[in-house]
Write a protein that binds this ligand. Structure first.
Ligand code: NAG
Length: 286
């Protein structure tokens, strides 16, 4: 009897955990794109499509003040020139904060570019761009944003690629007062995205489709109508993100990525900042 009850409880518990993991019906709402937004496989898979008329997108139902956000993406295969898929956090309204992953498509056989940016109080212009050490169109890979009071970390398959430290002590605004939602979209930007806008989208290949799965928003959920941060909703009760930084292994890995795969860094673009680099570029990097 006792062991039966225990069995039933374990089955229910594992069902709840499984049901929670990446259930898009429960966790997100469509933002645009009509039937180009599709939730499949009982909420485990979400696809966004882009055709000549429109792209598509969605946002998380919850707003978060700090957290760790993991999403698996499989990007548009083949000739994806001019398409941009996104996974980012943003607050709303004037002076907004935003933490961006954008995936810039390319012509067949040419590498995708991962574009990152951080906006604080409405001001962005902090681009860093990377190529990847794998083909992001053949299988799912995990892209993560860790956002805690000390720093923002961008990770790809759990390898840190970028860190934006809290440098408020040097007068650099840091996102910490405005709750953010998770946003994802697929849209067309062939005026700038691929090879500086020279390569246009081939619309005979439309619709273009990107797949999302396993959204894990492990953060501090904002209580609606209040500025308070309520429960932490966590799949595995892993609160490590709250103080996450880079250990020696993480520092080695980010050096490897930045040496081999970084394509652009605003902090190295002297021509863009003739009066001197932004303050945050001066601090220690990791
Ligand atoms: C596309 O491929 C070209 C040539 O390999 C490369 O220079 C460029 O950075 C790639 N990405 C984009 C988004 O244009």
């Amino acid at each position: 009897m006792r062991s039966n009850a225990f069995l039933v409880i374990s089955i229910i518990a594992s069902f709840l955990l499984a049901a929670y993991a990446g259930n898009f019906y429960q966790d997100v709402a469509q933002t645009f794109g009509d039937q180009r937004f599709k939730i499949l496989e009982g909420g485990q898979l979400l696809t966004l499509s882009l055709d000549k008329t429109s792209g598509s997108g969605f946002q998380s139902k919850n707003e978060y003040l700090f957290g760790r956000f993991d999403m698996q993406l499989k990007l548009v295969p083949g000739n994806s020139a001019g398409t941009v898929a996104t996974f980012y956090l943003s607050s709303q309204g004037q002076g907004h904060d935003e933490i961006d992953f954008e995936f810039l498509g390319n012509s067949s056989g040419q590498p995708y570019t991962v574009h990152t940016n951080v906006y604080t109080q409405g001001k962005g212009g902090r681009e860093q761009r990377f190529s990847l050490w794998f083909d992001p169109t053949t299988s799912f890979h995990t892209y993560s944003i860790v956002w805690n009071p000390q720093r923002i970390i961008f990770l790809v398959d759990n390898i840190p690629i970028r860190v934006f430290n809290n440098q408020e002590s040097n007068g650099v605004p840091y996102p910490k007062n405005q709750a953010m939602r998770v946003y994802c979209s697929l849209w067309n930007a062939d005026d700038w995205a691929t090879q500086g806008g020279r390569v246009k989208t081939d619309w005979t290949l439309a619709p273009f489709t990107v797949s999302y799965r396993n959204l894990n928003a492990n953060g501090c959920v904002k209580v609606p109508g209040s500025s308070a941060c309520g429960s932490t909703n966590s799949l595995n009760n892993d609160q490590a993100w709250q103080t996450q930084g880079l250990d020696a292994k993480g520092r080695n890995r980010i050096r490897w990525v930045q040496q081999k795969f970084m394509i652009y860094n605003y902090c190295s673009d002297a021509a863009r900042f003739p009066q001197g680099f932004p303050t945050e570029c001066r601090g220690s990097r990791f």
